[in-house]
Ligand binder design. Structure first.
Ligand code: AMP
Ligand code: GLY
Length: 430
């Protein structure tokens, strides 16, 4: 079969890489892809925007593409799935309505309420003054969230009233455009964050192995929020008992409620959770797609052929498949970013050492790179994700860092504490 992957990040490189491990997958086309997807055999890039639904549809029809996998939330929220399905194509990814789960926090909160899914308490505001009054009365910490898509920048965890006030004022002054004219003010939850990426065909929902991301730019989770600076899987905090609770209290009710609303959800339901100090899972966000960089640690551990799982979702027969199989051990991913990220950063820096890193057993997923004749140059804020496996989490983390040291480009930056939560949990347990 021929597969088309929409997107250009590390997540899409990992999807294409995993799909190509099956000899049933003849070719993968990435739209627009990156320097990494351009270098894999049986893989090609197509220079169209992820928003060019017509162009993508035309290519898929002419070239006999039998499965389209959509990576990012923006085309999903804009209805890429609806459009391509109307053309008779097979798409893994929710429709425009289903993608509201990520594209509107107000909508997602209402769904959680209806489904009785445990989440932070929240209040919705459509004007600045009442929101400011609320913060002054209730105090901090409080979490201020823009309703719509804001490229990962729409959430402020405010620890002072001034910070919360600034977040509210900025949003209503148009910092996020339309996305910020409705705000969710939310109870601040403490605990460890976990990402549960679950595959669904709209009827059955199956979680992949739990992962943990590192959202902040600085070590010890300090500084600005980013798209994610590293990840590891499986996350030991998620015991089999906890997975069962997540299935029953969160995943099943979410799918049942989507289905009650006549939303045909076939794709990934990503539950961003906080595990409270009492051990209870609470949803802090839903995403309508694979996580990035969680995908870069989850897929390398997957043993079941990925295309079989994705096709089963699109054909509503996930319940017929055997349990998803996993390789033993663990995976860790260290994201290498350009100096300055998540603010302004330079592009076009020559990258060396990837072959060396891969000869040490790592897989280097490209996030923001471009191939310019014979050289590879940086082309984004997050540039590379170095993933390594290991028999244990400690070994996987050590392997990822050893390989990372082979890679060089001017101004490269990475966090040195990926997986620190595991060590912290271990020392707490004595
Ligand atoms: P999001 O953009 O929704 O992923 O949120 C960004 C980050 O804000 C999350 O990864 C959490 O670290 C933090 N966050 C969001 N909601 C809450 C909450 N209710 N309590 C504590 N932290 C939160
Ligand atoms: N890694 C966080 C996300 O994909 O939203």
């Amino acid at each position: 079969m021929k597969v088309l992957v929409v997107g250009s990040g590390g997540r899409e490189h990992a999807l294409a890489w995993k799909l190509l491990q099956s000899n049933k997958v003849q070719q993968v086309t990435c739209v627009p892809g990156n320097g990494g997807t351009a270098s894999m055999s049986r893989c090609q890039n197509l220079a169209l925007s992820a928003q060019d639904f017509e162009g993508i549809g035309r290519f898929a029809l002419v070239n006999g593409v039998s499965l389209i996998v959509v990576g990012p939330e923006v085309p999903l929220a804009a209805g890429i799935t609806d459009y391509l399905r109307q053309q008779g194509l097979t798409v893994f990814g929710p429709t425009r309505l289903g993608a509201q789960l990520e594209a509107s926090k107000v909508w997602a909160k209402a769904l959680m309420q209806e489904a009785k899914i445990p989440t932070a308490q929240s209040v919705i505001f459509t004007q600045a003054e009442p929101a400011l009054d609320y913060v002054r009365q209730h105090g901090v910490p409080i979490v201020v969230k823009a309703d719509g898509l804001a490229a990962g920048k729409g959430v402020t965890v405010a620890t002072t009233v001034e910070e919360a006030e600034a977040a509210i004022t900025d949003a209503f002054n148009g910092k996020f455009g339309e996305a910020g004219y409705r705000l969710v003010l939310e109870e601040y939850l403490t605990g460890q964050e976990v990402s549960i990426l679950a595959l669904t065909d709209g009827i059955t929902i199956r979680p992949l192995i739990p992962a943990q991301d590192h959202k902040r730019i600085g070590e010890g989770d300090t500084g600005a929020n980013t798209g994610g600076m590293g990840a590891y899987a499986p996350a030991p905090i998620v015991t089999p008992e906890l997975i069962e609770r997540i299935q029953q209290e969160i995943l099943d009710p979410a799918i049942a409620t989507l289905s009650k609303r006549k939303i045909d959800y076939r794709g990934v339901l990503y539950a961003g959770l906080i595990i409270t100090p009492d051990g209870d899972p609470r949803v802090i966000e839903f995403n309508c797609r694979f996580g990035d960089p969680e995908t870069q640690v989850v897929l390398p551990l997957l043993d079941t052929p990925l295309h079989e799982l994705l096709l089963a979702c699109t054909q509503k027969r996930l319940a017929d498949l055997p349990a998803i199989a996993w390789k033993p051990g663990a995976a860790a991913c260290v994201v290498i970013a350009a100096a300055g990220y998540p603010d302004a950063y330079a592009k076009g820096k020559m990258i060396t050492g990837i072959d060396q890193a891969e000869s040490e057993g790592a897989v280097v997923f490209h996030a923001g790179t471009q191939r310019k004749s014979q050289t590879l140059v940086s082309d984004g804020g997050r540039v590379l994700g170095v993933t390594a496996l290991g028999e244990t989490l400690d070994a996987a983390i050590a392997n990822a860092y050893t390989a990372t040291q082979s890679i060089q480009f001017e101004g490269m930056y990475y966090r040195r504490d990926i997986g620190y939560q595991v060590q912290t949990a271990r020392s707490a347990a004595g």
